[in-house]
Design a protein around this ligand. Structure first.
Ligand code: 8GP
Length: 834
């Protein structure tokens, strides 16, 4: 680990929380913001007043931190991401200020309930799922560990859509999260930047004989940053998430009317209005929309310009930029940063190509988050070059030089077809710009997000690149912040853990392993199960309020919450529920342990099979939940609008964590870790980070089933497998599949679920069937589910396994992940405020 820099002299962290002062400032804020007193203010107004009071405290630490960074001039990481799925800020800020309990007490003295106040805050849902939430966990860990960092992103006016379920279907409702204003953000117009789109590039030679490239005839947008404080846990550090808003440049000058530029001015205004309007709601899928590329370049250009300017405010030698700055590219979405940095260095700082390349390739590092082919970003040349003409020139040159490198490396290697290498590896090929290739060619580090995922990258997806640049590849298994997902989300369990092993786990999660000695302790087991029960009661109440479904907290809570995607196989889960229901109907005497199957998932708006799966889950719920013949033994619940806030309630209440992706498809998963931390047992495939979870907790404390990644890959390499064989030979499977098309769950429209049926069987043989091996894994899944039931009947042993899951979750803190990024990629120094 690297040395610590001790910066500020002033003690900022030990400041006692002054309850009376806090109460006065809440009252004062209500008065000055709304001209009301506490009794008159409504819940939202109180939320605002409380948040402003907390922000006042944060701002002091924020200034201290930034002053320390200014003084010590440490190296900084810029975490560049299209998505930051932050969730709510108030509760988290209180937790990290170590002020949660005193604030709750102070509010109680004012007759207010902190929980209800927290519920007034809309989620900052500037992300789709795993990738965006990972970015948020990373920011929390960076601040808590005291590493200088900026998050760089977009201030979408509308975040991830709100999901309503109407008649069993998902309906997308705009998420107007800024409607009431955001108390924690700070607008920073003094750091605004101009970002240019379109036009053409003219070249002329200057007096020194240098080629000067100028973009002309372009449209421009003003990027205005909004800063969010990222509070470290109990250390006084406050980092910044900087997200960019778009405004039109002020250019309505009279002479431009005269020149007929009125049209252009209007277009610029529209561009500004559209560019940050909405987050694209696709997870693990690339839609190729022009506006999306505009969004990417917009926030990247602004962030890169700011990073360079900030550096130059303190230094005079741009050549050493990479000593103070590193860019982590969160998937390929921010990859234009590579060409943009080249552009700034060459066009604004007059560096040569070689000088600029040297700096860029020491600055940029890339994380890959998925191997799903449909997620790989490839932009048509026509679009890319029209929108970003100068950037395209630079990408072309990177590509030209890279192809020379390939030729040089492989021309004389026997048995290597150089043309084939170029075809597979070029950045520009077949009319497309391949962003992942650029990220690897220009990045000094390429990492996957779980051990298995990184291995698959090295041996399959990115094999050629690994062969050429083996030293760049490394693994960083994902992690999650225990401060949000245990300390805040599950206060009962958090207190219980602290009572048994002290509170070091809050900043040093591996300490939680000291719980292991309690795994066999009968009293501890009972206490644990009692806490789980209370959390199930809390979730049952949420479900009743939000879904109108009554569930029994004594049943097994079997939960699958995550984005809806075919590879995540929610369909396997619900087909199995249909199978169980058939069993119960045929054998009413069956000794069946009551089970509540809980789903939560948003589907991309244009993803037909995903949306149909939601409808299927709700249709099955309708039938099963209302059939008195099964006596409430199975309940199916689809939780509307799964998001970070309700996730916190859901994880705490889960007994079984469904992590059932087709092996090799889930890069890591992070929900799996949140469940484990809250003492749920994993029912999963050997995929993503499940592999490492099982390694930590032991296979006897999880339920593993299904094909291995290698088996899946082998089938894929041989054209798949034949699901008809299973259909023909397995009566149970056949019955369930027939129920998809005989109206059992859609009496008015028996054909409704035909597309799902076809995706599994494809009787017309027009496309591959069951590409996600649902039928192939069905039996093995059903057997694992039987084991779950048997295991749950032995309550002591279940409690033991659950406690061991909590105790063995230490590896999966994002603090560990970030420390590895720091040690092995970024090489930052800690800043300690004294
Ligand atoms: C996800 C992966 O699917 C998941 O396994 C992993 O845990 C997570 O990233 C964090 O590493 N990928 C995405 O969320 C993703 O590709 N999203 C794109 C739409 C942005």
């Amino acid at each position: 680990m690297k040395k610590s820099v001790v910066a500020s002299e002033k003690p900022v962290k030990a400041k006692e929380f002054d309850k009376e002062l806090f109460k006065r400032s809440v009252e004062y804020n209500v008065r000055t913001l709304y001209r009301k007193n506490l009794e008159e203010a409504d819940a939202q107004q109180i939320f605002q007043a409380v948040s402003y009071a907390i922000k006042d405290r944060i701002v002091e630490n924020w200034m201290e931190t930034q002053k320390a960074y200014e003084k010590e001039d440490p190296k900084m990481v810029y975490y560049m991401s299209m998505e930051f799925l932050m969730g709510r800020a108030l509760g988290n800020n209180l937790i990290n200020l170590k002020a949660y309990k005193p604030v709750a007490e102070a509010l109680e003295e004012l007759g207010l309930d902190l929980n209800l106040i927290e519920d007034q805050e809309p989620d900052a849902a500037l992300g789709n799922g795993g990738l965006g939430r990972l970015a948020a966990c990373f920011l929390d860990s960076l601040a808590t560990l005291g590493y200088p960092a900026y998050g760089c992103g977009i201030r979408y006016r509308y975040g991830m859509f709100k999901q309503e379920i109407r008649d069993g279907y998902q309906v997308e409702v705009p998420d107007n999260w800024l409607m009431n204003g955001n108390p924690f953000e700070l607008r920073r117009p003094e750091y605004a930047k101009i970002v240019k789109f379109g036009g053409y590039v003219s070249v002329h030679t200057d007096e020194n004989g240098r080629n000067v490239f100028t973009q002309e005839g372009y449209q421009s947008v003003k990027a205005v940053p909004f800063d969010f404080p990222i509070v470290g846990y109990g250390n006084g550090i406050v980092n910044t998430l900087r997200i960019w808003d778009a405004e039109p440049v002020e250019c309505f000058q009279l002479d431009s009317f005269d020149k007929g530029d009125y049209q252009k001015a209007v277009e610029q205004e529209n561009l500004a209005r559209n560019i940050v309007e909405v987050l694209y709601p696709n997870d693990n899928h690339y839609a190729g929309k022009e506006l999306r590329l505009k969004q990417q370049y917009f926030f990247i250009s602004a962030s890169v310009q700011e990073a360079v300017e900030k550096y130059m405010r303190k230094h005079d030698d741009i050549h050493k930029f990479y000593e103070k700055v590193t860019f982590q590219l969160n998937d390929t979405h921010p990859t234009v940063a590579i060409a943009e940095l080249m552009r700034v260095l060459m066009d604004d700082y007059y560096l040569t190509w070689e000088e600029a390349w040297e700096i860029t390739t020491k600055t940029c590092a890339y994380t890959n988050h998925t191997i799903m082919a449909e997620a790989l970003e490839k932009w048509p040349i026509e679009l890319f070059s029209r929108l970003l003409p100068r950037i395209y020139q630079i990408v072309e040159e990177i590509n030209r030089r890279f192809i020379l490198d390939i030729q040089q490396k492989y021309s004389n290697v026997p048995g290597v077809d150089v043309q084939e290498k170029i075809r597979k590896m070029a950045i520009i090929y077949d009319g497309q710009v391949k962003m992942a290739h650029m990220a690897i060619v220009a990045g000094y580090s390429v990492n996957g997000v779980a051990r298995l995922h990184t291995e698959i990258l090295k041996t399959q997806e990115l094999k050629d690149f690994y062969e050429m640049f083996p030293e760049r590849f490394n693994n960083k298994t994902n992690g999650i912040t225990q401060r949000r997902f245990l300390l805040h989300a599950n206060p009962l369990l958090a207190d219980w853990v602290t009572a048994h092993v002290g509170d070091d786990w809050i900043t040093d999660l591996p300490q939680i392993s000291r719980l292991k000695v309690y795994a066999d302790d009968k009293k501890a087991q009972q206490e644990f199960m009692n806490i789980k029960y209370q959390n199930k009661v809390r979730l049952a109440k949420y479900i009743l309020e939000h879904n109108g479904i009554e569930v029994d907290p004594r049943s097994i809570f079997d939960v699958q919450v995550k984005r809806l995607h075919e590879y995540k196989r929610q369909l396997l889960n619900i087909l199995h529920v249909m199978y169980l229901y058939n069993e119960l109907k045929e054998h009413p005497e069956l000794d069946f342990y009551p089970r509540t199957f809980i789903f939560g998932a948003k589907a991309a708006a244009g993803y037909r099979n995903a949306k149909l799966t939601i409808k299927l889950i709700n249709s099955v719920a309708d039938v099963v939940n209302n059939d008195p013949a099964i006596n409430g033994k199975i309940k199916v619940v689809f939780i509307e609008n799964y998001n970070v806030s309700n996730a916190e309630i859901i994880f705490a209440a889960a007994d079984v964590s469904e992590q059932i992706s087709t092996a090799s498809k889930e890069a890591s998963g992070t929900g799996n870790m949140k469940f484990m931390l809250n003492g749920a047992l994993t029912l999963g495939t050997m995929d993503g980070a499940n592999v490492e979870i099982v390694e930590e907790v032991g296979e006897e404390n999880a339920f593993i089933f299904g094909l291995s990644a290698q088996e899946v890959i082998n089938y894929e390499n041989h054209g798949g497998y034949d699901p008809m064989e299973i259909f023909n030979n397995d009566q149970d499977v056949r019955k369930v599949l027939m129920q998809l098309i005989n109206g059992t769950y859609a009496p008015g429209d028996p054909e409704l679920f035909r597309p799902l049926y076809n995706s599994l069987l494809n009787t017309q043989c027009t496309a591959k069937a069951d590409t996600y091996f649902i039928l192939k894994d069905f039996k093995s899944y059903a057997e694992a589910q039987k084991k779950v039931e048997a295991a749950y009947r032995d309550e002591d042993n279940w409690a033991k396994s659950a406690i061991l899951n909590v105790a063995c979750s230490g590896k999966f803190t994002s603090d560990r992940t970030i420390q590895q990024y720091v040690d092995e990629i970024w090489h930052l120094d800690k800043v300690v405020l004294k």
